[in-house]
Design a protein. Structure first.
Length: 291
């Protein structure tokens, strides 16, 4: 039985049934997009005690697996805003949420009407394929990256993205641009049934990202699925950005790093040190070891 104090309690008699779930960029990763040596040491201490620790990120598997290699992760993680449950210890997908074709057609029509290019992600045979409809989009390095080119089974420019919708399992659409350019797209897509949309600031380049996926594939829904899978009694969430707020809704405790957006801090139970101060790792280590 898990023994809890109040929501700010720092010490637990038993911690095996608590799931600690952290966002990556701006939360667990430093501003240099990496794990610090201290965070690696502190978290591996906890993982050696069989603590349930996982990440929840907007990144694709290939965008974070090599960065997380120093951690001895065994608990499945939430990737791509909840599209995938992924096991880093075996490099395998445990599940993927595909989109309804009708919804994908409607989303593509919005991008067409707004005269904006978009990346379309399909998933088959446990591999990701990426299609994009404008050659200029190769400048969007967040999505057209060296890792994507290396790890995806196909990355290809195709002017008619609609031709793939009926013959492929589509799981994701995305692009990055200014807030002014993407806000109208976000507003229009929110009216489409069967989809969810993440709209947030890229802390590294100052541009905004819009990412569309099944309404069954939010970080919130993936958290609930993971909690049930692991039979956890408590979920503790760490975040910094707008796409973390859906997890805050269903977490038992929620913490924002000091570099988080103000709107995230306002909904947190407590503010912890920043991503450059090992805030998440230090917090968990103190709960487990009491030091």
């Amino acid at each position: 039985m898990l023994i809890l104090g109040n929501k700010h309690s720092k010490k637990k008699e038993i911690f095996m049934n608590t799931l600690y779930l952290s966002d990556l960029d701006g939360t667990l990763f430093t501003t240099k997009k990496s794990l610090s040596e201290k965070t690696i040491m502190l978290l591996n201490d906890c993982l050696a005690k069989n603590v349930n620790f996982a990440v929840a990120t907007a990144r694709m598997p290939y965008g974070c697996d090599y960065r997380l290699e120093p951690l001895n992760l065994t608990t499945p993680s939430i990737l791509t805003n909840g599209v995938f449950l992924y096991d880093f210890s075996t490099h395998s997908y445990l599940g993927a949420k595909k989109m309804y074709p009708e919804a994908v057609f409607d989303v593509l029509e919005v991008f067409n009407e707004m005269d904006t290019g978009v990346f379309l992600y399909s998933f088959s045979q446990n591999q990701i394929q990426i299609y994009y409809n404008r050659k200029a989009m190769i400048k969007q390095r967040q999505y057209y990256s060296d890792r994507a080119l290396k790890c995806c089974s196909k990355v290809d420019c195709q002017p008619d993205l609609k031709s793939f919708v009926s013959v492929s399992d589509i799981v994701y659409l995305a692009c990055t641009d200014t807030e002014e350019k993407l806000k109208p797209i976000y507003t229009a897509i929110q009216k489409i049934k069967g989809v969810s949309c993440a709209f947030y600031l890229n802390i590294y380049n100052g541009l905004y990202c819009i990412e569309i996926f099944s309404d069954q594939a939010t970080k919130k829904n993936a958290l609930l699925e993971l909690k049930s899978m692991l039979h956890c009694d408590e979920v503790v969430v760490f975040g910094d950005n707008l796409n973390d707020l859906s997890m805050f809704e269903v977490a038992d405790r929620r913490y924002a790093v000091s570099n988080a957006l103000d709107s995230v801090k306002e909904l947190a139970d407590e503010i912890i040190p920043s991503c450059d101060e090992d805030g998440v790792a230090a917090f968990i280590h103190k709960e487990i070891f009491g030091d």
